[in-house]
Every structure is written in structure tokens, then in C-alpha cells.
Design a protein around this ligand. Structure first.
Ligand SMILES: CC(C)(COP(=O)(O)OP(=O)(O)OC[C@H]1O[C@@H](n2cnc3c(N)ncnc32)[C@H](O)[C@@H]1OP(=O)(O)O)[C@@H](O)C(=O)NCCC(=O)NCCS
Length: 229
């Protein structure tokens, strides 16, 4: 079942797969970029780029080579914004026209609690309290992992615009106001980037069955400040 389509507006084009793909040409700069990586990394890197090119084709872009920049951020064709994610069981890419959207961030995670000992490094005290509260009401969701994923989506949206690091504890996620929605408050000053205020952004989340080893996914699409709604 496709997971990201329902999290993003129709004008954001998504391609995703639950198995490795190896179709179409291989691009030498991409092959060189991962030449020294382990085989599994090479496969996820290739597969997610096949997804990205499928999504880019829907915007009329063909054969774009996707070598990350020096900060690992994707380099899209001019006029395109987008994001990629891969985790065990899923590779996905989402792209959109920068006339309509100023930033996209997507993230998928295994639907499991965060590893022991990591919560204090990743979640603010208020977020940890929310996890405790939400877990009492709905224990079927790994709320800590969900908040972590939302932060990853925030970072993937934020970095290409801000070109600045954002620590896990510099962003506060709030979930639960509406089913499937979250908001992110960035706790850094100077959050106006390319005319778009990133101090508060909203996103969507979904979760597959935790017991059945499903996935969690989060997605953010920030509307271009000059685009008509
Ligand atoms: C960059 C990061 C978000 C990527 O996470 P990951 O564990 O590799 O997870 P995913 O597989 O979901 O995402 C990988 C993709 O993220 C994208 N990505 C990596 N760095 C990026 C950046 N600086 N900006 C935007 N996207 C980036 C790439 O498309 C990458 O795919 P690729 O390796 O095939 O090129 C994560 O590793 C990281 O460094 N996080 C720390 C910063 C952070 O998340 N802060 C939270 C602020 S609230």
C-alpha cells in the first residue's frame, strides 16, 4: 500500500517502492558517489533515485542526475523542490514545482519505539511528556518514533532553504490536535528563508500496524509564500 500519497497534496508528486529497483540507466556520478558504500547502501541509493526520477518525470524532467551536495542534501533541477527517504521496507521520493511549494520533507521509519537511551537526545521534555500522555490514550502508536520522524521531515524541509544545521532539540513537535496532523515550532532565531517563515510548519503523519512490523511516515509541504492558495 502506498504511504506518502495520502500525506501530501496532489500537486506534490510521489514515487515509492517496497522493493529494490534496478531499471533504467545507471548514472556514473551517482555510481561514483556510492562506490565505496556497502551493497545495501548502494541499492537504497539507486532505488530511491529511480523513484525520484519517476516523480520528476511527472513534472516533465527526464534523466536528472541526483548526486547529493556537500551536506548530503539532494540537488533537484531548477524550479523543483523535493525530498527522499529510505528505511527498511520503503524507498520514497516527493517532488513539486517551486512555483507552488517552497520546501518538502518526507521521512519513513520502522514502526518501533526509539532505541533505549536515545530519547533524551532527540526529544524535548515537553515532547516526552506528550509521548507518555498519548501512549496512555493510544498505545498502538510508537509516539516517540513518530516525533523523531517528524523532526527528520522538518530537517529535510529546513536545510535546503536555510542551509543551516538544526538540532533535534531546536524543534518542538506537537501531535494530536487533529488525527494525522502535527506542527513543528523551530526554536532558532532567523527563520525567514527565501521569503518563507519557517518558525512554524505543519505536516501529516500516518502509521501502519505496529505489531505487524509496519512503517511510520511523516511529510511536510511548505507552500510558496507568493503562491495563491
Ligand atoms: C539528514 C538526515 C535527516 C537523513 O536521515 P537518514 O537517517 O539518512 O534518513 P532517510 O533515509 O530518511 O533520508 C536520507 C535522505 O535524506 C536526504 N538528506 C540528507 N541530508 C540532507 C540535508 N542536509 N537536507 C535535506 N535532505 C537531506 C537525502 O535525500 C538522503 O538520501 P540519500 O542519502 O540517498 O541521498 C539525518 O541523517 C540527519 O543528519 N539528521 C540530523 C539533523 C536532524 O534531523 N535534525 C532534526 C531537526 S528537528
Amino acid at each position: 500500500m502506498r504511504i506518502f500519497n495520502k500525506l501530501l497534496p496532489a500537486s506534490v508528486h510521489v514515487a515509492e517502492t517496497r522493493s529494490e529497483l534496478d531499471e533504467g540507466p545507471r548514472y556514473r556520478p551517482e555510481e561514483i558517489y556510492v562506490a565505496n558504500a556497502v551493497e545495501s547502501r548502494q541499492q537504497e541509493f539507486r532505488t530511491v533515485r529511480i523513484c525520484a526520477r519517476q516523480a520528476l518525470a511527472k513534472l516533465g524532467h527526464g534523466g536528472h542526475v541526483l548526486v547529493p551536495d556537500e551536506h548530503r542534501a539532494p540537488v533537484w533541477p531548477r524550479g523543483v523542490v523535493g525530498s527522499m527517504t529510505h528505511c527498511e521496507g520503503l524507498r520514497a521520493a516527493a517532488v513539486a514545482s517551486s512555483d507552488q511549494w517552497s520546501g518538502i520533507g518526507i521521512d519513513a521509519e520502522p514502526h518501533l519505539a526509539l532505541p533505549p537511551g536515545t530519547v533524551d537526545l532527540l526529544l524535548l521534555p515537553a515532547e516526552q511528556e506528550a509521548v507518555d500522555r498519548l501512549s496512555t490514550v493510544e498505545p498502538g502508536i510508537a509516539w516517540d518514533r513518530l516525533i523523531f520522524s517528524a523532526k527528520e521531515s522538518v530537517f529535510k524541509t529546513w536545510f535546503p532553504m536555510a542551509r543551516r544545521w538544526l538540532d533535534f532539540l531546536e524543534c518542538e513537535i506537537t501531535v494530536g490536535q487533529r488525527p494525522g496532523a502535527f506542527t513543528a515550532r523551530v526554536l532558532q532565531s532567523g527563520t525567514l528563508h527565501q521569503g518563507t517563515d519557517l518558525s512554524a510548519v505543519s505536516g501529516q503523519w500516518t502509521a501502519e500496524d505496529r505489531v505487524g512490523h509496519g512503517l511510520l511516515a511523516t511529510a511536510i509541504a511548505v507552500r510558496q509564500h507568493f503562491a495563491r492558495t
